[in-house]
Ligand binder design. Structure first.
Ligand SMILES: N[C@@H](CCC(=O)N[C@@H](CS)C(=O)NCC(=O)O)C(=O)O
Length: 231
């Protein structure tokens, strides 16, 4: 059986990571069984989750390469029956989620002290106490550097919220009156779009963009629909 490595249910989410959530849904969409195992980030070259381990021992890292593997090796069809033009549009919305809105999600969880203390700090509980603070500072330093490099970390709170609102509005407009991103049927990109909207809008964290998303009935109906279908 294929092993999918991720984290654990937390913060009112099936997994803290939108990418792990995306991979879980892709397996469910494709009706391919998997065993879920805790990720060991030190054991894989990219040091990120999700990754999958095949029965052969081969490891595939990155949610998008996992999607490609399921398509190429298991014949999974994530098209939802839509054509190339529509799928190109949905892929662009997925990239908006993964390459922009998820940075706002990370910013709120890792850079706001109260959110960090009740959220990501739990990842360090297994680090021996005498080393814990140093390890936390080092990892948070890397996350902050990543945020600055990507650019989101250079904005103030109000500006981040402005940008977050634009993302949320764009996703809501893209969804329109559809049940799923492209229409009445889900496609593979819904996995990621759902994971990001659910992640940013969890009530567990204080996040202005998340609160804004929660006020959007269309997006809330969408995440309910996806959650009911796949979890
Ligand atoms: N492009 C990757 C992103 C995965 C990712 O960023 N995973 C995060 C959790 S949300 C992670 O494992 N971070 C650990 C680290 O960066 O050290 C994918 O699609 O799988």
């Amino acid at each position: 059986m294929i092993k999918l490595h991720g984290f654990m249910p937390a913060w009112n989410l099936v997994d803290p990571s939108p990418y792990v959530t995306k991979a879980m849904i892709l397996f469910k969409m494709a009706n391919i069984p998997y065993d879920f195992e805790m990720a060991d980030l030190e054991s894989v070259s990219k040091h990120k989750a999700p990754y999958i381990t095949l029965e052969s021992g081969e490891v595939i890292q990155d949610s998008t390469f996992i999607r490609q593997y399921l398509e190429q090796e298991h014949g999974a069809d994530f098209s939802g029956g839509y054509g190339a033009k529509e799928l190109g549009f949905a892929f662009a919305v997925e990239r908006l989620c993964e390459n922009h809105l998820n940075n706002i999600l990370i910013n709120s969880r890792w850079c706001k002290q109260d959110n960090f203390d009740k959220g990501p700090k739990m990842f360090f509980m297994r680090v021996p106490e005498e080393m814990r603070e140093n390890v936390i500072n080092e990892v948070r330093g890397m996350v902050t550097a990543g945020q600055n490099y990507q650019g989101i970390g250079r904005h103030n709170d109000d500006e981040i919220f402005e940008l977050g609102k634009m993302d949320v509005d764009a996703i809501s407009d893209a969804l329109g009156d559809n049940d799923f991103i492209l229409g009445a049927n889900p496609c593979g990109y819904d996995a990621s779009i759902y994971a990001t909207i659910a992640g940013i809008s969890t009530t567990f964290f204080e996040c202005r963009t998340g609160e804004y998303a929660r006020q959007n009935p269309r997006l809330m109906a969408y995440i309910d629909r996806m959650k009911n279908k796949y979890f």
